[in-house]
Design a protein around this ligand. Structure first.
Ligand SMILES: Nc1ncnc2c1ncn2[C@@H]1O[C@H](COP(=O)(O)OP(=O)(O)O)[C@@H](O)[C@H]1O
Ligand SMILES: [Mg+2]
Length: 252
């Protein structure tokens, strides 16, 4: 995907205070439709706090979140999801004993009429979930398989399948490769590309500059709750990015 000019998600003057700690100190950020935007910064820079605000997991102390230009307040992660912002948590929040399709449709199962009754529409859920797995380039396309039988990378695609089920516009991922080895990291990067290829906008928090160079179009670097750099990734390598994260200044 190439980004269009229109911001799908924006924050303006976004601030969050935890007691004496100013975790976010008035941030402006635009996430453009169709882009992969990486959020980088040292530990404590405010990355997860920003993600918690835009995913509906916590409420800002001040400032605004906008979806397609309209101010919104998310009551909960479920509310954010229903409005098009899906967040993939590091623990993936999957039920390993259940099938792929059951995880994808959890809490929002499809039903069909059977005479006077409504029953679960297992067939359609399996077909749709299998289709999304295929769209994401997963080798596992039989959505009846239990999640417990899948690798870490494949589990990520199930979690992302859930975002597709809700037809989310923006998919938010906080350090998706932090706990993964080389091979699984490569799978997750492929997954992010495939997801972006379906037209989704991706907001990716990452410590790994090689990952950022590999998949992101743009990078925002945070320092002490402020955005200090916001620029295209093109022309940068991992070393230049690391240097910018450390110093908070553009590479010379
Ligand atoms: N729930 C909380 N209570 C108190 N302080 C917090 C809380 N969450 C984050 N912080 C503080 O806010 C700052 C930003 O944290 P965080 O957003 O987790 O940074 P990052 O994800 O970039 O490492 C840090 O100083 C952190 O200690
Ligand atoms: Mg964090």
């Amino acid at each position: 995907m190439t980004a269009t000019g229109e911001p799908v998600l924006s924050v303006r003057g976004l601030a969050k205070r935890y007691g004496a700690v100013q975790a976010l100190a008035g941030m402006d950020l635009d996430v453009h439709a169709g882009e992969v935007l990486a959020i980088c910064g040292d530990n404590g820079a405010g990355k997860s706090t920003l993600i918690r605000m835009v995913s509906g997991a916590d409420t800002p102390s001040a400032g605004e979140i906008r979806l397609r230009g309209k101010a919104v307040r998310f009551a909960s992660p479920q509310d954010a999801l229903a409005r098009g912002v899906a967040t993939i948590y590091q623990d993936l929040a999957l039920a390993p004993r259940l099938a792929i399709y059951q995880n994808v449709f959890m809490g929002a199962e499809l039903t069909r009429r059977l005479g006077p009754l409504r029953v679960l529409d297992k067939k359609t859920m399996i077909e749709q979930a299998s289709g999304w797995m295929a769209q994401l380039g997963s080798a596992v396309t039989d959505a009846r398989r239990p999640v417990a039988s899948l690798s870490g990378g494949q589990r990520q695609s199930v979690a992302i399948g859930r975002a597709l089920r809700w037809n989310a516009e923006v998919v938010v991922m906080d350090e998706p490769t932090a706990a993964l080895g080389v091979k699984e990291t490569a799978q997750v990067l492929d997954l992010i590309r495939a997801l972006n290829g379906t037209g989704k906008t991706v907001l990716l928090v990452s410590h790994n500059m090689a990952d950022v160079v590999a998949v992101a179009h743009r990078v925002a670097i945070l320092k002490q709750g402020r955005k200090v750099i916001d620029r295209p990734v093109a022309g940068l390598d991992a070393d230049a990015l690391s240097h910018m994260v450390m110093t908070g200044r553009q590479a010379a």
